[in-house]
Design a protein around this ligand. Structure first.
Ligand code: SF4
Ligand code: SF4
Length: 742
């Protein structure tokens, strides 16, 4: 134990010196460090959590309904927060306990320090609490001469190493077992065996047991608090929270005000969701539902009888009430800190929360929390959110995390004096692409010159390594016109007299200027099935601008595009968008960008992915697959399909390919890493390629020497990334299907 005390007294253990993420260079350095040292452990651990979550949530009978109930409770709670706090205070004080509402971290720390000094506390044991991390409580107590011991194994590791948490549920997720073992051996100068997880746990337990028994005060957080009864819910995996809350005579619970829900019965949906969403357990190993002060004696040796137990509930505002007034960041207050959004995020998997995180909070949701409880500048790491939206369906309270980060990017740029050149360039892709196509192939040749690449890197932050998109001289629009001259406007489907469907194929800038062949293949397939296909005029729909956080520009473009598309829908056409990120814009993101909600709903319900539309025709018209496609050609043909982040949950491609007899392997990688412009940016290119490695490995693992699979990807940036990673051509599924039609 002496070694532990020596380490604890050495100074910077709790000082939480953190790189200033407001400086972009610091963020880049943090990414490099994380890729070099922490990536492997974070990736392995988050992916294990993901596997658990997918299984555990699939076992919940009405998962979507449960999420709706949880969301509704949180919305109502935040709406009525001032009233709930009054009710909670009455409930807590009526039990003889103490209630304190702290305006900020300093206020909260002072209150807690005063309680400790009044009790002449020498030793405080703590359970894991992100809120006490937020207010830097440990340092304040230690400066007052009080020994503070973290009892959660991961927090204990961080206390010894002097690091900040890198994950909100598993704070030491970035440390491999080997690194923990080395840390303990160095810090405690011990010869104890520390080679296995069991060894490490036993060692930490031996250090901590005496602390539990002799502690004067236990400090915990709280996952949820019911206003009507003052009931706390505390979930954990190790049992240390039970020790912290029950062994010492005084228990102080510290939580943000957003943890309060109206009634005890409202706790149930969250208890059901927390375990599956966080660690993938149906229920966390220990779930304590307590209404302190407890009415039985402390079992600490020499502890006071039950009547002398003391309980303090310290609730913290620290910016939360201002977040409540913010039309966007209010949503972050619904967060139940389950960590699903961190685990599912490809960029988080690659670097963890020391790069994709701030001083306390990490991952996609962390930016809003750092901005809300700290300052906007501390949320600079929100730039690591690519807006892929993989986290939205994983969030048990349906928070639109990418939108929070888009707004953060926008506010950061406004605060920084305007949108930087790099973002202007990527956010106005269609202008660049139009000129690139006009001047092709000369433009392509010029901008691939070494000198051009170096200039672009220096002036606009476009990394010199990745191949840039090749702008086509023969754009989709030109090819379509030519194709249309040769073909009758429609072809009757087998057995059908009149065409019943009409489609506007949206010619987004990416498809039109860089990958026209996928658009043309879509026209061919749909027309062969009797669909009247018209090509839209080429227009900027706002995707490029939105990805850069240029919200005003994106809104203006969304308004123009939606008005144009609505006219076509009113004329009886469905909209088919080949590029998945553009389809996601129509279906989801436009709700933030369009003032007219009815227009958004109309566009949402009439927009389709091409394979989805094809599948719809087959099902609704009861078409025989063998009458449309040459199954002799498709049966047994080996393909690998990587779906786009923004359509993974709805993508019917793999199913249709299997129906056609293809031998289909699919990727389980969350993202290819390119994510639109992300992988082209100088500061993120290495991260992008690191994310892509999972996908490249998966493709290669499915190969048989001499018999390469056909590689398919729906997203253009996925195509570019795979091509860069493994040097093979990649097709859109419609290109493959166009080639196997009868
Ligand atoms: S939108 Fe994608 S990149 Fe952003 S936090 Fe969610 S999963 Fe991560
Ligand atoms: S934002 Fe949602 S998924 Fe992420 S930690 Fe909070 S509740 Fe969990």
């Amino acid at each position: 134990m002496a070694a532990f005390n020596k380490v604890a007294a050495q100074g910077p253990i709790h000082s939480r010196e953190v790189a200033d993420k407001s400086v972009k260079g610091a963020l880049v350095r943090a990414i490099r460090m994380a890729l070099d040292v922490e990536s492997e452990a974070v990736r392995r651990n988050t992916q294990t959590f993901n596997q658990g979550r997918y299984k555990a949530t699939a076992d919940i009978e009405d998962y979507e309904g449960l999420k709706d109930r949880a969301r509704a409770i949180k919305e109502a709670a935040i709406d009525n927060l001032p009233e709930l706090l009054s009710r909670l205070e009455a409930a807590v004080t009526s039990r003889g306990s103490h209630f304190y509402l702290a305006r900020d971290g300093v206020d909260a720390c002072n209150y807690i320090k005063r309680i400790c000094l009044e009790r002449q506390a020498r030793l405080v044991v703590k359970a894991k609490s992100m809120t006490t991390e937020e207010i830097r409580l440990n340092g304040v107590l230690e400066q007052a001469g009080i020994e503070v011991v973290e009892t959660d194994l991961a927090e204990f590791i961080l206390q010894v190493s002097g690091e900040q948490p890198s994950h909100i549920v598993a704070p030491a997720i970035h440390r491999s077992r080997e690194r923990i073992s080395t840390l303990f051996k160095d810090a405690f100068e011990t010869d104890c065996p520390l080679d296995t997880g069991e060894d490490l746990t036993r060692f930490a337990r031996d250090q901590l047991r005496e602390k539990f028994i002799t502690a004067d005060i236990g400090i915990s957080g709280a996952n949820l608090i019911a206003a009507d009864t003052g009931t706390l819910v505390l979930v954990e995996s190790e049992g240390n929270i039970r020790m912290v809350t029950q062994a010492p005579p005084v228990h102080i619970a510290v939580a943000g005000v957003e943890k309060v829900v109206p009634q005890r019965k409202d706790l149930a949906p969250f208890i059901e969701l927390l375990g599956p969403s966080g660690t993938g357990q149906p229920l966390t190993s220990y779930t304590s539902v307590i209404a302190p002060p407890l009415d039985y004696p402390s079992f600490a040796f020499g502890g006071p009888p039950a009547q002398d137990r003391q309980f303090h509930l310290v609730l913290i505002d620290n910016g939360r009430m201002a977040m409540r007034q913010d039309p966007v960041f209010r949503e972050a207050l619904y967060c139940i800190r389950c960590s699903a959004c961190l685990n599912v995020c490809a960029n988080f998997q690659a670097v963890g929360g020391h790069a994709f995180g701030g001083e306390t909070y990490s991952g996609g949701i962390g930016g809003a929390w750092e901005a809300g409880t700290g300052s906007l500048q501390k949320a600079r790491f929100a730039e690591l959110c690519t807006g892929c939206s993989r986290c939205i369906p994983q969030c048990p309270v349906r928070i639109d995390i990418p939108w929070l980060n888009t707004v953060l990017k926008s506010r950061l740029d406004q605060a920084g004096g305007g949108v930087p050149l790099q973002k202007q360039l990527f956010g106005n892709f269609q202008i660049l692409a139009r000129w690139g196509s006009h001047l092709a192939p000369l433009a392509g040749w010029v901008w691939c010159l070494n000198l051009s690449r170096l200039l672009m890197e220096k002036l606009a932050g476009v990394d010199h390594r990745p191949d840039l998109p090749v702008f086509a001289a023969r754009t989709l629009t030109r090819q379509y016109r030519k194709w249309r001259k040769k073909r009758a406007p429609q072809v009757q489907p087998p057995g059908r007299e009149t065409p019943r469907r009409a489609v506007l194929l949206f010619a987004d800038s990416y498809t039109n200027y860089t990958h026209p062949q996928r658009g043309l293949a879509t026209v061919e397939v749909l027309e062969r099935l009797g669909v009247q296909v018209e090509l839209s005029k080429v227009m900027a729909e706002g995707r490029a601008a939105l990805s850069q956080g240029m919200i005003a520009r994106a809104s203006q473009r969304a308004g123009d595009a939606a008005a144009y598309l609505k006219d076509h829908i009113d004329q009886g056409r469905d909209i088919v968008a080949v590029e998945p990120s553009v389809l996601a814009l129509f279906r989801y993101d436009y709700r933030h960008l369009l003032e007219d909600n009815a227009m958004f709903e109309k566009l949402k319900t009439h927009s389709y992915d091409p394979v989805e539309y094809l599948q719809k025709i087959i099902v609704e018209d009861e078409l025989e697959i063998g009458h449309i496609f040459n199954v002799d050609k498709t049966t047994g043909e080996r393909v690998f399909f990587h779906g786009h982040c923004q359509q993974k949950s709805i993508d019917p491609t793999a199913d249709l390919l299997r129906q056609l007899g293809f031998d289909v392997a699919t990727s389980s990688a969350e993202c290819c890493g390119m994510a639109g412009s992300f992988g082209y940016k100088r500061e993120y290119h290495e991260l992008s390629m690191s994310v892509g490695e999972d996908l490249f490995d998966q493709i290669q693992q499915t190969e048989i020497p001499g018999d390469d699979r056909i590689i398919l990807a729906s997203g253009i940036s996925c195509c570019e990334q795979i091509r860069a990673g493994i040097g093979r051509p990649v097709l859109h599924p419609m290109e493959l299907l166009a080639g196997v039609m009868l």
